[in-house]
Design a protein around this ligand. Structure first.
Ligand code: ZN
Length: 116
């Protein structure tokens, strides 16, 4: 069932809304591995006069950019950790979307005054 768009949610039976809620709650990804941020590739010239980077783009490194307490953080991500970071970011995006849908379902149920 897909009741993610507004008009479908309005028309859906209350039972359908509750079923979708149960479905969301049973498919939430792991909450213990979530990363909020974005990956940025930086190219840095090392400064060695004979290095290949003198004429090219520089040495590329991956960084995780994050924002907490009003400050942007920039953390170097070693290649071996990239999949772990990406997985955490994927989990965060999935949770965020599911929470949004869950809160919309709750709002619709509240509008119908069908709180359990
Ligand atoms: Zn270099």
């Amino acid at each position: 069932m897909n009741i993610s768009d507004k008009s479908k949610m309005r028309k859906a039976a209350t039972q359908e809304l509750n079923e979708r809620k149960a479905q969301i709650l049973s498919t939430l990804p792991s909450m213990d591995h979530m990363i909020h941020g974005s990956l940025i590739t930086r190219a840095i010239k090392c400064g060695k006069p004979n290095c290949r980077c003198v004429t090219g783009d520089g040495h590329k490194s991956l960084y995780l950019s994050s924002f907490y307490h009003g400050q942007t953080g920039m953390d170097y991500v070693p290649a071996a950790w990239e999949p772990w970071i990406r997985e955490g970011m994927k989990n965060y995006e999935a949770i965020k979307e599911l929470l949004l849908e869950l809160t919309e379902l709750n709002l619709e149920l509240f509008r119908r005054r069908k709180k359990e």
